[in-house]
Write a protein that binds this ligand. Structure first.
Ligand SMILES: [Zn+2]
Length: 274
């Protein structure tokens, strides 16, 4: 990140902070602390663990500039000022990308923020995106309203979130969403596209099969359960080999919509605010 003029505001009292710095003490009492130089711009519980990094490799690194999602590529091509929610281990260091997360998984994060209560002024960004984050929010409809607020009129949002996925932490997991649910919480926006996501591989279904297979281990020796485990494991290995063909087949769309591991939404904040 940087050199873009981004005005921060207090996450507790919403006062603007034109002269932001670490250790800043807001009139309301909120004090900006930092971990490894990364400002903590959200309310925290006493002794809450924020640092899931500490030099360990927990998650696979990504680079948002080459994740192969056209909506994000286009935003980079337009040189949009971009906000990433749940940047996790994104190693992209584009100057127009502001990387945020509620927890620290990488030393390259710009700010620790709460998507339900963002420390940014209204109409700050041209583009907001989040990959595999909304299932980890306790009130994703509140985050959708916050995205609306911080986007400039005409600004765009891209969300990819879980539908048919097994429970996964990092550290919380609250809601998996259907396309209907996503449309509902983004109803203030002009929705351009909301569909099962081609960017969330069917191998996620394989994880469910693997978990089911592991459950058979708890049974006393049982040939049927052993056979089931073998078939599930085989199926989960075969899925990646055909997933592209399966989801590209137009006649499969309705079925895919019922079992898609992820759903995505692309929408625009109306140019004239409603
Ligand atoms: Zn304050």
């Amino acid at each position: 990140m940087s050199n873009f003029e981004l005005v921060l505001r207090c996450p507790a009292c919403q006062s603007g902070w034109p002269n932001f710095h670490i250790e800043l003490q807001c009139a309301c009492g909120f004090q900006v602390k930092a971990i490894e130089g990364i400002p903590i711009l959200r309310a925290t519980q006493a002794n809450e663990r924020l640092d899931y990094y500490s030099g360990q490799k927990l998650l696979n690194r990504i680079n948002s500039k080459n994740v192969g999602i056209p909506r994000i590529n286009n935003a980079f091509a337009r040189n949009d000022l971009m906000l990433e929610l749940g940047a996790g281990v994104d190693v992209c260091n584009a100057p127009n990308l502001v990387k945020t997360d509620a927890f620290i998984y990488s030393s390259q994060l710009d700010y620790v923020v709460d998507a339900h209560c963002m420390p940014f002024e209204d109409n700050s960004f041209d583009f907001v995106f989040s990959l595999a984050v909304f299932e980890h929010l306790y009130a994703p409809w509140v985050a959708a309203k916050e995205i609306f607020r911080v986007l400039r009129p005409g600004g765009r949002v891209y969300i990819l979130t879980a539908f048919m996925q097994h429970m996964h932490g990092y550290p919380y997991h609250y809601f998996n969403m259907t396309t209907m649910g996503l449309r509902e919480i983004f109803k203030d926006f002009e929705i351009i596209k909301c569909m099962p996501s081609p960017h969330c591989p069917l191998t996620q279904i394989g994880h469910i099969m693997d978990d089911l297979g592991k459950m058979t281990d708890a049974l006393p020796a049982n040939p049927t359960a052993q056979e089931l485990k073998m078939h599930l494991s085989k199926a989960s290995q075969l899925i990646p080999m055909v997933q592209g063909q399966l989801i590209k087949k137009e006649s499969n769309f309705d079925l895919w919509q019922q079992i898609a591991p992820g759903v995505e939404l692309f929408a625009r904040k109306p140019a004239a605010e409603i």
